[in-house]
Design a protein around this ligand. Sequence first.
Ligand SMILES: *Cc1c(COP(=O)(O)O)cnc(C)c1O
Length: 390
Amino acid sequence: MTIHTGEAFASVATPVSSRLEAYLANTVFDRPTLVIDTDIVARNYLELKSGLGEAVIHYAVKANPARDVIARLIALGSHFDAASRGEIELCLSLGARSDTISFGNTIKRASDIAFAFKAGIRLFAADAEPELEKIAAHAPGSQVYIRLIVETSFADWPLTRKFGCDRDMALTLLDRARALGLDPVGFSFHVGSQTRESGMWAGTLDEMATIWHAAQEAGHALSLLNIGGGFPAYYGEEIESASDYATGVMRQVHARFGSVARIMAEPGRGMVAEAGVIACEVLLVSRKSARDSHRWVYLDIGKFSGLAETMDEAIRYQFETVRDGDPVGPCILAGPTCDSADVLYEKRPMALPMTLVAGDRVLIRNTGAYTSSYASICFNGFPPLDVVAI
Ligand SMILES: *Cc1c(COP(=O)(O)O)cnc(C)c1O
């Protein structure tokens, strides 16, 4: 990742990979396509690793499950956080060792747990007693970490409420896990995706450390702290470099937790977002009446075919067009499907060139995370996002 500060904004708004730029410039796409540069993935991995120090990286496979991405990360020594049998099979099929894969979803199918156990996976997440019972039945003796609920989050894409349990339940679950013959090794949490500054982790880390120390005082010998994901990507607002950010997080972790035998981190977005660019096309530019102050710009990609994270306009991507430099005006940006929910940005309209017309190519920058697989199969007959790894 590039360090995005001050002057750098004007000249290099996004990390420039000449390989990626050359590929985009020399290729004609007949449908929306994500081009992902595995060299940038590798660079991000190494930058995050340098900042994370002794913490072991378990790449969150869901962020981008392209085979070339996973293969490149295996070659670099990354570990993996998988959420399902499908993600586990993907990693194993490319040569990942089972002892480098954690099964981190707190909501698992019993037969998937049995599959994982048979494949040699011994590290599972849980946030409820019935889930521990499933793990004990289908992966006996395995290590488990208890996921804690995060009360405060400054993330642009928070993950609160659905996952984790509170402090009292967490302590109860450690006891319950042991009674079930499992090995309760520690805790996990997720600060929320796209947490833009490392300083924003402070409140969450305070909460987590309180629970960690309470568990130790209650006699639990904890050996694993899983700090989850949250590492940001550049979407137009200044962020720290990946290594500075990771260093900042680890400094705060050490200050609160002291020495921990084993620390895991699960970056997803921070590893792949800046490695990808979507090439797409304008299908229609129109107004709803002669007095309409906003144009509607319809693209051949929308909420159901790769841009799901525009939900509530949470993630605001950067669009580059062949007419950049021409005068701009506000427009409502929408996808191509016959569903009125398929609007990308309306509350905060986008400023795009007034000269934009159907057929113009549009590049959507830093879209390597949560796009290609975060899509419907073929809603309305529009093809899913194609993926090309270079
Ligand atoms: C999605 C997810 C991640 C990755 O989060 P990012 O914000 O993309 O880094 C990490 N851990 C778990 C358990 C997740 O579900």
